[in-house]
Design a protein around this ligand. Structure first.
Ligand SMILES: *[C@@H]1O[C@H](CO)[C@@H](O)[C@H](O)[C@H]1NC(C)=O
Ligand SMILES: *[C@@H]1O[C@H](CO)[C@@H](O)[C@H](O)[C@H]1NC(C)=O
Ligand SMILES: *[C@@H]1O[C@H](CO)[C@@H](O)[C@H](O)[C@H]1NC(C)=O
Ligand SMILES: *[C@@H]1O[C@H](CO)[C@@H](O)[C@H](O)[C@H]1NC(C)=O
Ligand SMILES: *[C@@H]1O[C@H](CO)[C@@H](O)[C@H](O)[C@H]1NC(C)=O
Length: 266
């Protein structure tokens, strides 16, 4: 009996808030609806004959932005080709390189380089080279003590606060940059998700509470539908038509194994 209560408590703690890791994206094979497959663009393509979703070929991608986003591809100046090595691309800064392949956030000043080549913030010696540069441990900013990694939203100014992703928000009342939350979203269209920590790709799902007219943390995906499931979970959940459910793509099996081990041990 006690064991049962403990297990239920553990499950409810784990499920109390729905967070997802944006790195655990669904694969094309995970997607079973045309909506999800289309929203994955430029990664997957829907085959209406076979009703299946498969990986697009790089040569079929016509624009640079879509090409760079697809990690299997890179933009070589003329077109979209299979990704080989970052040093095959010319780019004088991080932005130029990233815009040709999201695999290549670094530049040596002439050619592009992979994320393994990112440097530490302390290696940048002035504000121009430091501010918002991607380092090996996160994003850099300049202060009186030199160039260092941003570790809290409170270190950011109004401009950088909202430009470093979804982890921070500008609070005009207190004139400071603070950790993002569901409460910051004022209507059901913007009520989506926020990044729970700087430099980590973990997001909290939010949902609109129409009774109180506010946006709150979601504990499950029950408010998501065939059109919003995949997109609002940053492509980590997908819609299953047969059960009419928004279901996680990765991590579920690992979770069940951990729970099983736990149940045996206690
Ligand atoms: C900032 O530092 C970089 C190298 O770290 C250098 O190329 C650039 O000229 C410097 N800019 C200024 C304004 O000092
Ligand atoms: C913003 O908040 C942080 C942490 O609470 C604090 O260290 C910082 O001085 C504040 N900045 C301003 C401009 O008030
Ligand atoms: C801004 O900060 C104040 C004081 O901490 C807080 O009451 C308010 O809810 C915050 N606003 C937003 C949009 O988070
Ligand atoms: C927002 O609310 C309106 C009116 O209730 C509704 O028609 C619309 O579908 C909702 N949008 C979302 C994204 O939930
Ligand atoms: C997916 O969601 C983002 C915001 O989370 C939104 O800007 C975008 O328009 C959505 N795309 C589709 C196809 O719904």
């Amino acid at each position: 009996m006690n064991k049962m209560i403990l297990v239920i408590a553990l499950i409810s703690i784990t499920y109390a808030q729905l967070t997802f890791n944006a790195n655990n994206k669904c694969t094309c094979g995970d997607l079973t609806t045309q909506q999800d497959c289309a929203q994955s663009s430029p990664i997957c393509v829907w085959d209406s004959k076979g009703s299946s979703c498969s990986t697009v070929s790089c040569s079929s991608i016509g624009d640079q932005t879509s090409c760079a986003k697809n990690l299997k591809c890179m933009w070589n100046g003329k077109g979209c080709v299979d990704f080989t090595l970052c040093n095959q691309l010319t780019g004088v800064n991080q932005a130029e390189c990233y815009a040709q392949s999201n695999n290549c956030p670094q530049s040596d000043g002439k050619n592009c380089a992979s994320k393994e080549a990112l440097k530490s913030c302390s290696s940048y010696s002035n504000q121009t080279s430091c501010d918002l540069t991607i380092s090996s441990n996160g994003i850099c900013f300049w202060s009186t003590s030199g160039c260092s990694e941003i570790t809290s939203c409170g270190q950011l100014n109004p401009n950088t606060c909202s430009s470093i992703g979804n982890a921070c928000q500008w609070n005009a009342t207190i004139s400071n940059c603070t950790q993002a939350s569901c409460a910051q979203f004022g209507n059901n269209y913007t009520c989506t998700y926020f990044q729970t920590q700087l430099n980590k790709f973990v997001y909290q799902l939010c949902q609109w509470n129409s009774a109180n007219n506010n946006c709150v943390a979601a504990s499950d995906t029950s408010q998501l539908n065939i059109n919003t499931c995949y997109n609002q979970t940053l492509q980590t959940y997908r819609w299953i038509s047969s059960s009419n459910k928004c279901d996680v793509c990765a991590g579920k099996i690992i979770y069940i194994v951990i729970m099983a081990i736990f149940m045996i041990m206690i």
